[in-house]
Write a protein that binds this ligand. Structure first.
Ligand SMILES: [Zn+2]
Length: 183
């Protein structure tokens, strides 16, 4: 049984585009017209290509990581991979708020977005880069394509606009209330 793991070479060409060279102190980081099409450094690495034997089917499988994938794919490295569980991902940093979900406030993650590819999923849509959005601790909006993700963002933006308006009202109403109770 072959447990070969191949790793794409990460060597970079000698004549690196300006965007990929180490930044020097005082050098502006704004892109110039010349490197307008440069991509973040995280995308500059060649995506890793893996070959492994699926533990369920015994078949040899090959896939190339999604750009920017941060998964170490330890199950592949250790020869334990089941193809359907292979998962490429990158994610936003956690943002937490003290939410009362069980009787007392605790820091819970909100609006954590992950970008994923499930290269061997039975649902074809999962094999393309998509977003899973954890609204709050273990409550997910799953399988969002760009249009779906935009719809969610617009919905949340509308909610944020309402909250901004309510914030302005709160300031006014609160000041009026303080005058009432002090009168
Ligand atoms: Zn990956």
């Amino acid at each position: 049984m072959s447990n070969t793991v191949q790793r794409a070479a990460h060597s970079l060409p000698a004549n690196l585009p300006a965007a990929f060279r180490p930044l020097l102190p005082g050098v502006p980081t704004q892109p110039t017209a010349g490197d307008r099409h440069s991509v973040p450094v995280i995308l500059a690495k060649a995506p890793r290509t893996w070959t492994f034997t699926d533990r369920e089917s015994g078949e040899q499988k090959t896939f190339t990581c999604m750009q920017g994938c941060v998964d170490r794919h330890d199950d592949i490295r250790s020869g334990l991979a089941v193809a359907e569980d292979v998962w490429c991902r990158r994610h936003t940093n956690d943002v937490t708020l003290p939410i009362n979900d069980s009787g007392q406030p605790e820091e819970l993650s909100v609006l954590r977005a992950t970008m994923n590819v499930d290269p061997f999923d039975r649902r074809m849509a999962q094999r393309l880069p998509h977003i899973d959005l954890e609204i709050m601790d273990d409550a997910w909006l799953e399988g969002l394509d760009p249009d779906g993700f935009a719809t969610v963002i617009n919905t949340l933006q509308g909610r944020l606009d309402e909250m901004r308006a309510m914030h302005a009202e709160l300031v006014v109403v609160r000041a009026a209330y303080m005058k009432q109770v002090q009168a």
